[in-house]
Design a protein around this ligand. Structure first.
Ligand code: PLP
Length: 470
Protein backbone atom coordinates (compact mmCIF):
# COMPACT_ATOMS: atom_id res chain seq x y z
CA UNK A 1 0.00 0.00 0.00
CA UNK A 2 1.41 3.43 -0.87
CA UNK A 3 2.34 5.62 2.10
CA UNK A 4 -0.34 8.24 2.72
CA UNK A 5 0.71 10.79 5.31
CA UNK A 6 -2.70 12.50 5.33
CA UNK A 7 -4.37 9.21 6.22
CA UNK A 8 -1.88 8.65 9.05
CA UNK A 9 -2.59 12.15 10.35
CA UNK A 10 -6.35 11.66 10.10
CA UNK A 11 -6.23 8.27 11.80
CA UNK A 12 -4.10 9.47 14.71
CA UNK A 13 -6.09 12.66 15.31
CA UNK A 14 -6.90 12.85 19.00
CA UNK A 15 -4.93 9.67 19.67
CA UNK A 16 -1.50 11.21 19.25
CA UNK A 17 -0.99 11.85 22.96
CA UNK A 18 -1.68 8.22 23.89
CA UNK A 19 0.70 7.05 21.17
CA UNK A 20 3.37 9.56 22.14
CA UNK A 21 3.00 8.59 25.79
CA UNK A 22 3.48 4.94 24.92
CA UNK A 23 6.44 5.24 22.58
CA UNK A 24 8.15 8.55 23.29
CA UNK A 25 7.85 10.61 26.50
CA UNK A 26 5.08 9.86 29.01
CA UNK A 27 6.25 12.50 31.51
CA UNK A 28 5.97 15.26 28.92
CA UNK A 29 2.47 14.11 28.00
CA UNK A 30 1.55 14.27 31.69
CA UNK A 31 2.72 17.90 31.84
CA UNK A 32 0.82 18.78 28.65
CA UNK A 33 -2.36 17.25 30.05
CA UNK A 34 -2.06 19.12 33.36
CA UNK A 35 -1.52 22.52 31.76
CA UNK A 36 -4.08 21.89 29.02
CA UNK A 37 -1.69 21.95 26.07
CA UNK A 38 -2.92 18.52 24.93
CA UNK A 39 -4.77 19.79 21.87
CA UNK A 40 -4.76 18.18 18.47
CA UNK A 41 -3.40 20.65 15.98
CA UNK A 42 -4.49 20.15 12.40
CA UNK A 43 -3.25 23.22 10.53
CA UNK A 44 -0.75 26.04 10.87
CA UNK A 45 -0.38 29.17 8.80
CA UNK A 46 1.34 32.44 9.65
CA UNK A 47 0.92 33.15 13.35
CA UNK A 48 -2.11 30.86 13.63
CA UNK A 49 -2.78 27.25 14.57
CA UNK A 50 -6.10 25.44 14.20
CA UNK A 51 -7.21 22.57 16.40
CA UNK A 52 -9.41 19.62 15.45
CA UNK A 53 -12.56 21.61 16.28
CA UNK A 54 -11.61 24.35 13.84
CA UNK A 55 -10.73 26.82 16.61
CA UNK A 56 -8.03 29.31 15.64
CA UNK A 57 -5.17 30.04 18.06
CA UNK A 58 -2.54 32.76 18.07
CA UNK A 59 0.89 31.14 18.39
CA UNK A 60 3.09 33.45 20.48
CA UNK A 61 5.26 30.52 21.56
CA UNK A 62 6.45 30.11 17.96
CA UNK A 63 8.37 26.95 18.96
CA UNK A 64 10.65 29.02 21.22
CA UNK A 65 11.43 31.50 18.50
CA UNK A 66 11.68 29.31 15.42
CA UNK A 67 8.73 30.86 13.59
CA UNK A 68 9.89 34.46 13.12
CA UNK A 69 8.21 34.37 9.72
CA UNK A 70 5.16 32.40 10.75
CA UNK A 71 4.27 28.93 9.55
CA UNK A 72 4.04 27.92 5.89
CA UNK A 73 5.53 31.12 4.55
CA UNK A 74 5.09 30.90 0.76
CA UNK A 75 8.64 32.09 -0.03
CA UNK A 76 10.23 29.51 2.26
CA UNK A 77 7.91 26.75 1.19
CA UNK A 78 8.48 27.69 -2.47
CA UNK A 79 12.26 27.52 -2.07
CA UNK A 80 12.01 24.03 -0.59
CA UNK A 81 9.71 22.89 -3.35
CA UNK A 82 12.20 24.19 -5.93
CA UNK A 83 14.97 22.14 -4.32
CA UNK A 84 12.85 18.98 -4.25
CA UNK A 85 11.79 19.47 -7.86
CA UNK A 86 15.34 20.16 -9.06
CA UNK A 87 16.85 16.76 -8.20
CA UNK A 88 20.00 18.72 -7.47
CA UNK A 89 22.24 16.31 -5.52
CA UNK A 90 22.95 17.11 -1.92
CA UNK A 91 25.22 15.40 0.62
CA UNK A 92 27.60 14.00 -1.95
CA UNK A 93 30.06 14.10 0.91
CA UNK A 94 33.25 14.95 -0.92
CA UNK A 95 31.78 18.13 -2.40
CA UNK A 96 31.45 21.90 -1.86
CA UNK A 97 27.66 22.48 -1.92
CA UNK A 98 26.88 25.73 -3.78
CA UNK A 99 23.78 26.65 -1.76
CA UNK A 100 25.87 26.39 1.42
CA UNK A 101 28.51 28.70 -0.03
CA UNK A 102 25.89 31.26 -1.05
CA UNK A 103 24.12 31.15 2.34
CA UNK A 104 27.50 31.55 4.08
CA UNK A 105 28.26 34.60 1.92
CA UNK A 106 24.86 36.11 2.66
CA UNK A 107 25.22 35.54 6.41
CA UNK A 108 28.69 37.05 6.62
CA UNK A 109 27.40 40.20 4.87
CA UNK A 110 25.11 40.73 7.84
CA UNK A 111 27.70 40.18 10.58
CA UNK A 112 29.39 42.82 12.74
CA UNK A 113 33.16 43.25 12.40
CA UNK A 114 35.20 40.89 10.27
CA UNK A 115 33.35 37.60 10.72
CA UNK A 116 33.72 36.07 7.27
CA UNK A 117 33.55 32.29 7.73
CA UNK A 118 30.67 29.94 8.54
CA UNK A 119 30.27 26.43 9.92
CA UNK A 120 26.83 24.89 9.31
CA UNK A 121 25.13 22.34 11.55
CA UNK A 122 21.60 21.26 12.42
CA UNK A 123 20.59 22.86 15.71
CA UNK A 124 21.36 25.54 18.24
CA UNK A 125 23.17 23.27 20.61
CA UNK A 126 25.41 22.01 17.79
CA UNK A 127 26.23 25.61 16.87
CA UNK A 128 27.36 26.10 20.48
CA UNK A 129 29.36 22.86 20.46
CA UNK A 130 31.22 24.09 17.37
CA UNK A 131 31.84 27.46 19.04
CA UNK A 132 33.29 25.74 22.12
CA UNK A 133 35.61 23.61 19.99
CA UNK A 134 36.66 26.54 17.79
CA UNK A 135 37.42 28.68 20.85
CA UNK A 136 39.46 25.92 22.49
CA UNK A 137 41.38 25.04 19.33
CA UNK A 138 42.18 28.60 18.40
CA UNK A 139 43.30 29.74 21.86
CA UNK A 140 44.80 26.47 23.08
CA UNK A 141 42.95 27.04 26.38
CA UNK A 142 40.46 24.65 28.00
CA UNK A 143 37.93 26.78 29.92
CA UNK A 144 34.65 28.45 28.97
CA UNK A 145 32.96 31.02 31.19
CA UNK A 146 29.19 31.51 31.04
CA UNK A 147 26.53 33.49 32.91
CA UNK A 148 24.60 32.07 35.82
CA UNK A 149 21.20 32.30 34.12
CA UNK A 150 22.35 31.13 30.72
CA UNK A 151 20.77 28.60 28.39
CA UNK A 152 22.84 27.43 25.44
CA UNK A 153 21.43 23.98 24.68
CA UNK A 154 21.35 20.49 26.11
CA UNK A 155 24.11 18.43 24.52
CA UNK A 156 26.94 17.76 26.96
CA UNK A 157 29.17 20.70 26.03
CA UNK A 158 26.35 23.24 25.80
CA UNK A 159 24.84 21.86 29.00
CA UNK A 160 28.13 22.64 30.75
CA UNK A 161 27.30 26.30 30.10
CA UNK A 162 23.80 26.08 31.52
CA UNK A 163 22.95 28.14 34.57
CA UNK A 164 20.03 25.96 35.69
CA UNK A 165 20.97 23.08 37.98
CA UNK A 166 17.82 21.05 37.30
CA UNK A 167 18.94 20.59 33.68
CA UNK A 168 22.36 19.38 34.81
CA UNK A 169 21.28 16.95 37.51
CA UNK A 170 22.13 13.35 36.62
CA UNK A 171 24.43 14.27 33.74
CA UNK A 172 27.46 15.56 35.62
CA UNK A 173 30.42 15.77 35.56
CA UNK A 174 30.21 17.96 32.48
CA UNK A 175 32.92 19.78 30.55
CA UNK A 176 35.90 20.33 32.85
CA UNK A 177 36.83 23.98 33.18
CA UNK A 178 33.42 25.48 32.55
CA UNK A 179 32.34 27.95 35.21
CA UNK A 180 29.82 30.71 35.68
CA UNK A 181 29.90 34.40 36.55
CA UNK A 182 26.99 36.59 37.57
CA UNK A 183 25.70 39.00 34.95
CA UNK A 184 26.97 42.49 35.76
CA UNK A 185 29.81 41.29 38.00
CA UNK A 186 32.82 42.58 36.07
CA UNK A 187 35.19 42.04 38.98
CA UNK A 188 34.21 38.35 39.09
CA UNK A 189 34.67 38.09 35.33
CA UNK A 190 38.10 39.73 35.46
CA UNK A 191 39.23 37.52 38.35
CA UNK A 192 38.29 34.44 36.30
CA UNK A 193 39.83 35.65 33.02
CA UNK A 194 43.04 36.72 34.78
CA UNK A 195 43.84 33.05 35.47
CA UNK A 196 44.75 32.90 31.80
CA UNK A 197 43.06 29.59 30.95
CA UNK A 198 39.73 30.86 29.57
CA UNK A 199 39.20 30.24 25.86
CA UNK A 200 35.89 32.04 25.73
CA UNK A 201 33.23 34.03 27.51
CA UNK A 202 29.80 33.02 26.16
CA UNK A 203 26.63 35.07 26.50
CA UNK A 204 23.15 35.63 25.08
CA UNK A 205 22.66 39.39 24.49
CA UNK A 206 19.05 38.82 25.60
CA UNK A 207 18.73 35.76 27.77
CA UNK A 208 15.94 33.46 26.70
CA UNK A 209 15.31 32.40 30.28
CA UNK A 210 13.69 35.37 31.95
CA UNK A 211 14.23 37.77 29.01
CA UNK A 212 17.16 39.51 30.73
CA UNK A 213 18.56 42.19 28.44
CA UNK A 214 22.31 42.55 29.01
CA UNK A 215 23.31 46.20 29.27
CA UNK A 216 25.56 47.94 26.73
CA UNK A 217 27.92 49.01 29.52
CA UNK A 218 28.30 45.47 30.83
CA UNK A 219 28.93 43.88 27.45
CA UNK A 220 31.37 46.58 26.29
CA UNK A 221 33.31 46.32 29.55
CA UNK A 222 33.26 42.50 29.28
CA UNK A 223 34.61 42.87 25.73
CA UNK A 224 37.48 45.04 27.01
CA UNK A 225 38.30 42.39 29.60
CA UNK A 226 38.15 39.59 27.03
CA UNK A 227 40.56 41.52 24.79
CA UNK A 228 42.87 42.26 27.72
CA UNK A 229 43.12 38.55 28.60
CA UNK A 230 43.02 37.19 25.01
CA UNK A 231 39.69 35.47 25.60
CA UNK A 232 37.22 35.11 22.74
CA UNK A 233 33.60 36.28 22.98
CA UNK A 234 30.91 33.85 21.83
CA UNK A 235 27.58 35.56 21.26
CA UNK A 236 24.60 33.19 21.29
CA UNK A 237 21.98 34.72 18.97
CA UNK A 238 20.09 31.46 18.58
CA UNK A 239 16.88 32.95 20.01
CA UNK A 240 17.54 36.70 19.76
CA UNK A 241 18.88 36.73 16.17
CA UNK A 242 17.22 36.82 12.75
CA UNK A 243 15.39 40.12 13.34
CA UNK A 244 13.72 39.05 16.59
CA UNK A 245 15.21 41.95 18.59
CA UNK A 246 14.51 44.60 15.96
CA UNK A 247 18.01 44.30 14.42
CA UNK A 248 19.41 41.36 12.48
CA UNK A 249 21.34 40.43 15.64
CA UNK A 250 20.57 41.66 19.15
CA UNK A 251 24.28 42.43 19.69
CA UNK A 252 24.01 44.97 16.86
CA UNK A 253 22.08 47.26 19.21
CA UNK A 254 25.40 47.89 20.95
CA UNK A 255 27.76 50.10 19.05
CA UNK A 256 31.32 48.82 19.22
CA UNK A 257 30.42 45.28 20.28
CA UNK A 258 32.19 42.79 17.99
CA UNK A 259 31.99 39.21 19.19
CA UNK A 260 34.53 36.74 17.81
CA UNK A 261 32.02 33.95 17.26
CA UNK A 262 28.26 34.22 16.66
CA UNK A 263 25.80 31.31 16.85
CA UNK A 264 22.51 31.27 14.96
CA UNK A 265 19.77 28.68 14.61
CA UNK A 266 15.97 28.52 15.21
CA UNK A 267 14.51 31.15 12.79
CA UNK A 268 17.49 30.74 10.44
CA UNK A 269 15.72 27.65 9.10
CA UNK A 270 12.50 29.52 8.34
CA UNK A 271 10.72 26.93 10.45
CA UNK A 272 10.87 23.92 8.14
CA UNK A 273 14.28 22.31 8.30
CA UNK A 274 16.72 22.15 11.24
CA UNK A 275 19.66 24.47 10.73
CA UNK A 276 22.40 26.04 12.84
CA UNK A 277 25.41 28.21 12.03
CA UNK A 278 28.59 29.20 13.84
CA UNK A 279 30.07 32.30 12.28
CA UNK A 280 33.61 33.43 12.98
CA UNK A 281 36.65 34.92 11.37
CA UNK A 282 39.05 33.10 9.07
CA UNK A 283 41.97 33.17 11.53
CA UNK A 284 39.95 31.25 14.14
CA UNK A 285 38.59 28.76 11.60
CA UNK A 286 42.06 28.11 10.24
CA UNK A 287 43.31 27.08 13.69
CA UNK A 288 40.70 24.29 13.66
CA UNK A 289 41.05 23.09 10.06
CA UNK A 290 44.80 23.50 10.11
CA UNK A 291 46.01 20.76 7.78
CA UNK A 292 44.71 18.56 4.99
CA UNK A 293 44.26 15.54 7.25
CA UNK A 294 42.13 17.75 9.53
CA UNK A 295 40.05 19.19 6.65
CA UNK A 296 36.82 17.82 8.15
CA UNK A 297 37.95 17.58 11.76
CA UNK A 298 34.65 19.07 12.91
CA UNK A 299 31.67 18.16 10.73
CA UNK A 300 28.28 16.49 10.68
CA UNK A 301 26.79 14.06 8.15
CA UNK A 302 23.64 16.12 7.70
CA UNK A 303 25.34 19.54 7.68
CA UNK A 304 24.76 21.83 4.67
CA UNK A 305 21.80 19.89 3.27
CA UNK A 306 20.19 21.54 0.25
CA UNK A 307 16.79 21.91 1.93
CA UNK A 308 18.30 23.59 4.99
CA UNK A 309 20.46 25.91 2.87
CA UNK A 310 17.52 26.89 0.66
CA UNK A 311 15.39 27.48 3.76
CA UNK A 312 18.11 29.71 5.18
CA UNK A 313 18.35 31.74 1.98
CA UNK A 314 14.57 32.07 1.84
CA UNK A 315 14.45 33.15 5.50
CA UNK A 316 16.96 35.95 4.83
CA UNK A 317 14.96 37.01 1.76
CA UNK A 318 11.71 37.21 3.74
CA UNK A 319 13.41 39.14 6.54
CA UNK A 320 14.76 41.73 4.07
CA UNK A 321 11.84 41.93 1.62
CA UNK A 322 9.22 42.32 4.34
CA UNK A 323 11.43 44.64 6.42
CA UNK A 324 10.66 42.50 9.43
CA UNK A 325 13.34 43.73 11.84
CA UNK A 326 11.84 47.23 11.65
CA UNK A 327 8.37 45.76 11.98
CA UNK A 328 9.51 43.87 15.12
CA UNK A 329 10.49 47.21 16.66
CA UNK A 330 7.20 48.83 15.78
CA UNK A 331 5.13 45.92 17.10
CA UNK A 332 7.33 45.55 20.18
CA UNK A 333 6.65 49.17 21.18
CA UNK A 334 2.95 48.59 20.72
CA UNK A 335 3.06 45.61 23.09
CA UNK A 336 5.20 47.52 25.59
CA UNK A 337 2.90 50.54 25.72
CA UNK A 338 -0.18 48.36 26.00
CA UNK A 339 1.24 46.29 28.86
CA UNK A 340 2.77 49.25 30.70
CA UNK A 341 -0.59 51.02 30.58
CA UNK A 342 -2.06 48.10 32.55
CA UNK A 343 0.60 48.08 35.29
CA UNK A 344 -1.02 50.74 37.52
CA UNK A 345 -4.34 48.88 37.40
CA UNK A 346 -3.15 45.40 38.36
CA UNK A 347 -1.22 44.62 41.53
CA UNK A 348 0.27 41.39 40.21
CA UNK A 349 1.59 43.03 37.05
CA UNK A 350 5.02 44.60 37.59
CA UNK A 351 6.47 45.50 34.21
CA UNK A 352 7.72 44.45 30.81
CA UNK A 353 11.16 43.50 29.45
CA UNK A 354 11.18 44.05 25.73
CA UNK A 355 13.46 44.42 22.78
CA UNK A 356 11.73 44.06 19.42
CA UNK A 357 9.48 41.04 19.72
CA UNK A 358 11.36 39.30 22.52
CA UNK A 359 9.06 40.18 25.39
CA UNK A 360 8.90 39.17 29.04
CA UNK A 361 5.95 40.17 31.22
CA UNK A 362 6.86 40.38 34.91
CA UNK A 363 4.60 39.54 37.81
CA UNK A 364 5.23 39.96 41.51
CA UNK A 365 3.87 40.11 45.03
CA UNK A 366 0.79 42.34 45.33
CA UNK A 367 0.10 44.80 48.17
CA UNK A 368 -3.43 44.00 49.26
CA UNK A 369 -3.80 41.42 52.01
CA UNK A 370 -6.00 38.81 50.31
CA UNK A 371 -4.02 38.83 47.06
CA UNK A 372 -0.76 38.67 49.00
CA UNK A 373 -2.04 35.54 50.75
CA UNK A 374 -2.96 34.00 47.38
CA UNK A 375 0.49 34.84 45.97
CA UNK A 376 2.29 33.31 48.95
CA UNK A 377 0.15 30.19 48.81
CA UNK A 378 0.81 29.41 45.12
CA UNK A 379 4.50 30.22 45.36
CA UNK A 380 4.82 27.83 48.27
CA UNK A 381 3.40 25.04 46.12
CA UNK A 382 5.57 25.81 43.10
CA UNK A 383 7.49 28.90 42.04
CA UNK A 384 6.29 28.53 38.43
CA UNK A 385 2.66 28.23 39.35
CA UNK A 386 1.72 31.91 39.22
CA UNK A 387 3.09 32.32 35.71
CA UNK A 388 1.08 29.23 34.70
CA UNK A 389 -1.99 31.04 36.07
CA UNK A 390 -1.50 33.51 33.24
CA UNK A 391 -0.42 31.05 30.53
CA UNK A 392 -3.31 28.61 31.08
CA UNK A 393 -6.25 31.05 30.78
CA UNK A 394 -4.52 32.78 27.87
CA UNK A 395 -4.73 29.42 26.11
CA UNK A 396 -8.07 28.17 27.44
CA UNK A 397 -10.11 31.35 27.32
CA UNK A 398 -8.33 33.40 24.65
CA UNK A 399 -6.64 30.80 22.44
CA UNK A 400 -3.15 32.24 22.68
CA UNK A 401 -0.04 30.08 23.17
CA UNK A 402 2.55 31.59 25.49
CA UNK A 403 5.12 30.17 27.92
CA UNK A 404 6.57 30.53 31.39
CA UNK A 405 9.94 32.24 30.87
CA UNK A 406 12.09 29.94 32.98
CA UNK A 407 12.41 28.01 36.20
CA UNK A 408 11.10 29.75 39.30
CA UNK A 409 10.51 33.08 37.57
CA UNK A 410 7.15 34.83 37.70
CA UNK A 411 7.58 35.96 34.11
CA UNK A 412 5.84 34.88 30.95
CA UNK A 413 7.49 35.22 27.59
CA UNK A 414 5.97 35.94 24.21
CA UNK A 415 7.83 35.45 20.95
CA UNK A 416 5.31 36.42 18.28
CA UNK A 417 6.16 35.93 14.62
CA UNK A 418 7.57 39.20 13.25
CA UNK A 419 4.88 39.48 10.58
CA UNK A 420 1.78 39.50 12.81
CA UNK A 421 -0.96 42.04 12.29
CA UNK A 422 -1.77 45.01 14.56
CA UNK A 423 -5.04 43.25 15.36
CA UNK A 424 -3.05 40.30 16.77
CA UNK A 425 -1.38 42.67 19.23
CA UNK A 426 -4.84 43.93 20.23
CA UNK A 427 -6.06 40.32 20.60
CA UNK A 428 -3.23 39.62 23.03
CA UNK A 429 -3.60 42.86 25.02
CA UNK A 430 -7.35 42.34 25.44
CA UNK A 431 -6.68 38.77 26.58
CA UNK A 432 -4.00 39.77 29.07
CA UNK A 433 -6.29 42.42 30.51
CA UNK A 434 -9.11 39.90 30.96
CA UNK A 435 -6.77 37.39 32.65
CA UNK A 436 -5.49 40.11 34.95
CA UNK A 437 -9.03 41.16 35.91
CA UNK A 438 -9.89 37.54 36.74
CA UNK A 439 -6.64 36.89 38.65
CA UNK A 440 -7.31 39.91 40.83
CA UNK A 441 -10.49 38.26 42.09
CA UNK A 442 -9.49 35.87 44.87
CA UNK A 443 -11.09 33.43 45.38
CA UNK A 444 -12.22 32.99 41.80
CA UNK A 445 -12.33 30.43 38.96
CA UNK A 446 -8.72 30.92 37.81
CA UNK A 447 -7.48 30.29 41.34
CA UNK A 448 -9.53 27.11 41.54
CA UNK A 449 -7.87 25.78 38.37
CA UNK A 450 -4.51 26.81 39.74
CA UNK A 451 -4.99 25.03 43.02
CA UNK A 452 -6.08 21.91 41.16
CA UNK A 453 -2.82 22.03 39.19
CA UNK A 454 -0.92 22.74 42.41
CA UNK A 455 -2.44 19.61 43.92
CA UNK A 456 -1.35 17.54 40.91
CA UNK A 457 2.17 18.93 41.27
CA UNK A 458 2.26 18.22 45.00
CA UNK A 459 0.92 14.69 44.59
CA UNK A 460 3.45 13.98 41.82
CA UNK A 461 6.27 15.35 44.01
CA UNK A 462 5.14 13.24 46.95
CA UNK A 463 4.99 10.16 44.74
CA UNK A 464 8.47 10.88 43.36
CA UNK A 465 9.72 11.39 46.94
CA UNK A 466 8.20 8.08 48.05
CA UNK A 467 9.69 6.13 45.14
CA UNK A 468 13.09 7.75 45.76
CA UNK A 469 12.88 6.63 49.41
CA UNK A 470 12.11 3.02 48.55
C1 PLP B 1 19.77 31.00 23.41
C2 PLP B 1 19.71 29.56 23.03
N1 PLP B 1 20.84 28.91 22.78
C3 PLP B 1 20.84 27.61 22.41
C4 PLP B 1 19.66 26.90 22.31
C5 PLP B 1 19.67 25.45 21.90
O1 PLP B 1 19.09 25.31 20.65
P1 PLP B 1 18.52 23.88 20.18
O2 PLP B 1 17.31 23.60 21.00
O3 PLP B 1 18.24 24.05 18.72
O4 PLP B 1 19.59 22.90 20.43
C6 PLP B 1 18.46 27.55 22.58
C7 PLP B 1 17.19 26.80 22.53
O5 PLP B 1 16.19 27.15 23.10
C8 PLP B 1 18.48 28.90 22.95
O6 PLP B 1 17.35 29.56 23.23
Amino acid sequence: MPLDINTILAETRGKNFDLFEKHINPVFVKVLRIIGFNRSWVRGEGAYLWDENGTCYLDFLANWGVFNFGRSHPTIRGALQQVLDSDFPGWVGFDAPPLAAVLARELTKRMPGDLDTVFFCNSGTEAIEAAIKFARASTGRPCIVHLTKAFHGLTTGALSLNGETSFRRGFEPLLPGSSSVVMGDLKGLEARLALGDVASFVFEPIQGKGVNILSDEYLLAAQDLCRKYNTLMICDEIQSGMGRSGRFLACQWIEGLQPDIICLSKALSGGYVPLGATITRRAIYDRVYDSMDRAIVHASTFGMGNLAMAAGLAALTVLDDENLAARANELGSRFRHGIEAMVPRFEFLKGVRQRGLMIGIEFGKPDSISLKAAWTMVNKINENLFAQAVVIPLLDDHHILTQVAGHATPIIKILPPLNIKDTDVDWFLRALEDVMVKLHKFPGPIWEVLLKIGNHVLTAKQREGRSADT
